[in-house]
Design a binder for this molecule. Structure first.
Ligand SMILES: Nc1ncnc2c1ncn2[C@@H]1O[C@H](COP(=O)(O)OP(=O)(O)OP(=O)(O)O)[C@@H](O)[C@H]1O
Ligand SMILES: [Mg+2]
Length: 383
């Protein structure tokens, strides 16, 4: 199976102020389950449509394997049907005059597959996607979620080399979504099909992807394994977009009590220029109520409320007007109104400069180590 390579890909829609996609460089390796993740309007669908050949590039180049499929400068454009892709879009178009079974069979007929083989294949995907009971119905007689599964079945039936999926599970209820995710993962592992999956749901991306590409405002922010993206976000946008409940972000400005505290922790560090820490992010699960080795004290905070989420709890903590959220799988013993000493694991701190770019803790430690003890070197970040 071929890699998909996007080189300096740009898309400007006529009459649209800024570029929908800007200077995008991305390689989707064969066999990868790549999720394009980002907020509404960030250019996910546009990117997918350009890969599919449903949208022309305004600049740059897309290659599938060795074959350049779209390049303005080379004057190349391969139409969608020659790109050997399977597509399911946000708005999935089923043939209204064909039954579910015929809809799924359609692509196989086009490929002139023998009838017995076709029937077996259609039955197999209907079984897998649990739509067998609706085989004889027409799309208008199905719910949105059922239609979505038929669209997926129709595409899986033809075993495409590359699957492009644009929010294909958006109309399903929570249970079905989870089941379909598991099914997609299983199909991916079984067939090793390259999948490009568009979603604005970070949880969906985290559970499905082998690699996530985070986009914002038409620009690629970070590409990496789900764990990388979560534990080493390259900038504030990624840190804040990924994670539920979201990361606690403390600005190190004088007006903020928490920030003032954090400034005392970091402000004296001999850092200059762009590597100066301007904000600190703490994941809700990285907050602790007891000091462990390397823990950074955050202060004594008041427990405002406890929100049970079924097997886990979200605790709202306050210091003056500021709020921190803590997430835990341990049933809380403290009650609203109690005050608690809070700590954050040093490894769980995410540091960002004034431009929102990540600063590595190791970078701070190296500079920290160069500074003799007693000259403003805080003991809180052990070297
Ligand atoms: N045909 C079009 N003509 C003009 N502008 C468009 C067109 N399609 C998309 N856009 C604009 O391009 C930008 C990116 O749109 P796109 O559909 O790729 O976003 P998206 O990330 O898929 O968002 P969503 O999560 O809401 O589906 C948006 O600002 C959108 O308004
Ligand atoms: Mg979209």
């Amino acid at each position: 199976m071929p890699d998909i390579t996007l080189t300096n890909v740009t898309k400007n829609y006529a009459g649209h102020g800024h570029a929908a996609v800007s200077d995008l460089n991305l390689t989707i390796a064969h066999g990868e389950f790549m999720c394009l993740l980002g907020p509404s309007g960030c250019g996910k669908t546009t990117t997918l449509r350009m890969i599919a050949g449903l949208e022309h590039l305004s600049g740059g180049e897309i290659a599938i394997g060795e074959r350049v499929v779209d390049s303005l400068s080379a004057g190349t454009f391969l139409p969608p049907e020659q790109r050997r892709l399977g597509l399911v879009f946000q708005s999935y178009a089923l043939w209204p005059h064909m039954t579910v079974e015929r809809n799924i069979d359609f692509g196989l007929r086009l490929r002139k597959i023998p009838e017995a083989e076709r029937r077996a294949k259609v039955n197999d995907v209907m079984e897998k996607l649990r739509i067998r009971d609706y085989a004889a119905r027409y799309p208008s007689q199905l719910s949105g979620g059922q239609q979505q599964r038929v669209a997926l079945a129709r595409m899986l039936a033809v075993n495409p080399e590359i699957l492009l999926l644009d929010e294909p599970l958006s109309n399903l209820d929570a249970t079905l979504r989870l089941e379909m995710r598991a099914e997609l993962r299983r199909l991916h592992e079984e067939f090793r099909t390259t999948i490009v999956f568009v979603t604005h749901d970070q949880w969906e991306a985290m559970t499905l992807a082998t690699t996530i590409a985070v986009m914002n405002g038409g620009r690629l922010q970070q590409v990496g394994a789900p764990d990388d993206i979560y534990s080493r976000p390259v900038n504030r946008f990624v840190a804040e977009f990924i994670g539920n409940p979201p990361i606690n972000m403390i600005s190190l400005d004088a007006q903020s009590v928490l920030g003032g505290l954090a400034a005392r922790l970091f402000g004296k560090l001999p850092l200059g220029g762009t590597s100066k820490v301007a904000s600190v992010g703490i994941r809700p699960e990285e907050i602790a109520f007891s000091a462990t080795v390397g823990a950074v004290p955050l202060g004594t905070l008041k427990l405002e409320s406890i929100m049970p989420t079924g097997g886990s709890w979200i605790l709202e903590l306050s210091l003056g007007a500021e709020r921190l959220f803590h997430a835990t799988h341990t049933r809380p013993t403290a009650r609203p109104g109690d005050v608690v000493d809070c700590f954050a694991k040093a490894e769980g701190l995410h540091l960002f400069d004034a431009d929102g770019q990540r600063i590595e803790l190791t970078e701070i430690r190296a500079q920290n180590a160069a500074q003799p003890i007693g000259q403003g070197r805080p003991a809180l970040l052990p070297a």
